[in-house]
Design a protein around this ligand. Structure first.
Ligand SMILES: [Zn+2]
Length: 201
């Protein structure tokens, strides 16, 4: 890093003058020379430079370096602050990451335990379903067995009941029903008759 120099040479001077860095005058050099007809100006250092200008130069250089040092200090302070802020942020992020990792591990454990719970519940449900299925089969067997037992008995009563109704449906056989009824009546009344004297004895 170097101070930025700027040189100006006019027709009257043998050597190039320095720009008036201290006061920034456009028509006068650092040494106080008033420019006449300007021949050349630029940042490239010419072979001959005005001695009077070079004698004043340390004042400018001292000011320039002081300013540069102050700027660097400000910049460094800013960087240090930024660094501290980023360090804090990094610590916070690390803490967050640790918490998240811990929570993730916890949820993994929870998921694993829930998986095993669901597995055992499923096997319980399966075995219960099997039991229910077995009970259903047993019930069906019992029902079939009962139906087999009832078959002759029910069919007998059915025919017994049906025969008079069938006679009715055929028509003209109502007399037969009447005959049956009367027979029953006769039998029952006969029984009563026969029974009555027995009781009387
Ligand atoms: Zn000069």
């Amino acid at each position: 890093m170097e101070p930025p120099f700027y040189f100006v040479r006019d027709k009257a001077s043998h050597a190039a003058h320095h720009w008036d860095y201290l006061r920034n005058r456009r028509a006068t050099a650092l040494c106080g020379h008033d420019y006449g007809d300007i021949q050349w100006e630029g940042t490239a250092r010419p072979a001959k430079v005005c001695r009077q200008c070079q004698e004043v130069l340390p004042r400018f250089e001292a000011t320039w370096w002081r300013t540069a040092a102050r700027r660097a200090q400000v910049h460094r302070d800013r960087l240090e602050k930024e660094n501290a802020r980023l360090g804090k942020e990094l610590t916070g992020l690390r803490r967050q990451m640790n918490q998240l990792t811990y929570q993730l591990e916890l949820s993994k454990e929870t998921i694993e335990s829930q998986k095993s719970t669901i597995g055992s519940q499923k096997s319980t449900i399966d075995s219960q379903a099997e039991k229910i299925d077995n009970q259903r089969k047993t019930l069906k067997h019992l029902q079939t067995a009962r139906a087999e037992k009832k078959k002759p008995h029910t069919s007998g009563t059915k025919t017994g009941v049906k025969s008079p109704s069938r006679g009715k449906a055929q028509g003209g056989t109502s007399t037969r029903v009447g005959v049956w009824r009367s027979a029953d009546q006769v039998f029952s009344s006969g029984a009563k008759r026969s029974g009555a004297p027995k009781l009387a004895k």
